[in-house]
Design a protein around this ligand. Structure first.
Ligand code: NIG
Ligand code: FE
Length: 415
């Protein structure tokens, strides 16, 4: 629980008074201390400074971090980590020429995962999901949001959220949960969207709220899935239960989802691969965090969210994985950060800010996570010996993490 890191080559994302989020030009700066120490006490960041200021430390558990960087663990604000099985066949179908939308129209996609999940026991779903969670912790993630949305029946949606809750209880990583019953139309409601909307609003939402299974509500607002009117209805209803919106918008089409989300004071709008100037304008001077998911663009070969333009417009930006079996079968935030630099032209400073402090904001955690600040959780990544923090996105694909500390405790990694 108490741990002193010494001789840190560079302590990254050091903020005396951390802002809740960073926007526009603020994202260019990443404060650091070279040749530093960091003390974590009772799982929280107690103090830090340059080596010459290190207090006497008789009897402390210490770790020599010579040549290594230390930074806050990644904050992954968008994932669907609880799912059953995989969708390798659709991966091959896409290689052979089918599009993501064509696969969904043939009954594949989200509905395919829902069928698998409905047939999987809660215990099995837990064990598959726990293995993924253990992997992403070892990849440096210290807080994650997990969505439902592969259940599509009341029982299966509750099962997913219960599994996420159990993971939160069993593992040290902070987990936030989101109700995404409005992810796709289940086959039995194919010709009756309003009927499914009734189930979402009148059956699922009240149960999710009564069992306190989610803090956030999400909807896939997209042509062929749910309309802006559906989103308005669901978010209005969810508000009665105190659920805050975090929504899937603008993945394939710009249909007004951002404007509606902002009106409902959404905490985040996620995907954003297709953005008009009006969409960017709608996000200005709001509390809503734009979230880009570059590994989804990579996997589906679709456009990247215009991260450079979003930041240059003075907006904040967060980065997340979107870990799910269909569009992003990877929970690797290190890859997300590299891809944001390489494909979206973010600088390493911007990408690290987007994956730490702004990611924390996008799941309501920025007063406790996302920076090296006294009183925040003792969650840090210790890198291998690397020349600079810019080397993290630069050397894409290498595992540059030496160890991960969550709440002051080193995570044991078998990966
Ligand atoms: O965020 N786009 C909507 N939902 C998920 C993917 C769902 C799936 O294909 O299973 C996403 O990309
Ligand atoms: Fe998603």
């Amino acid at each position: 629980m108490n741990l002193l890191l010494t001789h840190i080559k560079e302590l990254i994302q050091v903020r005396e008074n951390a802002p809740l989020k960073l926007r526009g030009k603020e994202m260019k700066s990443l404060p650091t201390i070279k040749n530093a120490w960091l003390y974590i006490k009772h799982g929280k960041i107690e103090d830090f400074g340059p080596m010459e200021t290190m207090p006497p430390h008789e009897g402390f558990k210490t770790l020599d971090c010579s040549g290594k960087m230390v930074l806050p663990t990644w904050c992954d604000s968008h994932s669907h980590l609880v799912y059953a099985g995989n969708r390798e066949q659709e991966f091959v179908d896409r290689i052979n020429g089918l599009s993501y939308q064509e696969i969904a129209e043939r009954g594949g996609g989200i509905v395919n995962s829902a069928k698998k999940l409905q047939e999987t026991s809660e215990e099995e779903l837990y064990s598959q999901s726990a293995a993924r969670l253990e992997e992403i912790m070892c990849l440096g993630t210290g807080a994650i949001e997990i969505k439902s949305g592969y259940g599509l029946t009341t029982d299966a949606e509750l099962k997913m959220l219960q599994v996420a809750r159990k993971l939160a209880k069993e593992y040290p990583i902070t987990i936030k949960t989101t109700f995404l019953g409005a992810h796709a139309l289940p086959p039995e409601f194919k010709e009756n969207k309003d009927g499914y909307m009734d189930v979402l609003c009148n059956e699922m939402l009240p149960k999710v709220a009564a069992e306190n299974l989610a803090e956030y509500v999400d909807i896939f607002c997209e042509k062929g899935y749910f309309s802006v009117a559906d989103m308005d209805r669901l978010l209005m209803e969810a508000k009665k239960y105190g659920l805050v919106p975090k929504v899937h918008v603008n993945q394939f089409n710009s249909i007004g989802g951002i404007q509606s989300a902002v009106k409902h004071n959404a905490l985040s709008v996620d995907h954003l691969e297709v953005m008009t100037d009006e969409d960017i304008k709608a996000l200005k001077n709001t509390n809503t965090m734009p979230v880009a998911l570059p590994s989804c663009s990579y996997f589906l070969s679709i456009p990247y969210a215009p991260g450079r333009k979003i930041i240059d417009s003075g907006l904040p930006l967060a980065l997340a994985t979107d870990y799910n079996p269909g569009s992003t079968p990877s929970g690797n935030m290190n890859f997300v950060i590299s891809t944001a630099c390489i494909k979206m032209r973010l600088t390493p400073e911007e990408a690290i800010n987007a994956a730490t402090l702004n990611g924390a904001y996008a799941m309501g955690l920025s007063s406790s996570h996302g920076s090296i600040t006294k009183g925040k959780v003792g969650n840090v990544i210790i890198t291998k010996k690397i020349p600079s923090y810019g080397y993290l996105p630069y050397a894409f694909g290498s595992n540059l993490i030496d160890s991960v500390i969550i709440n002051g405790e080193e995570i044991v990694c078998s990966f």
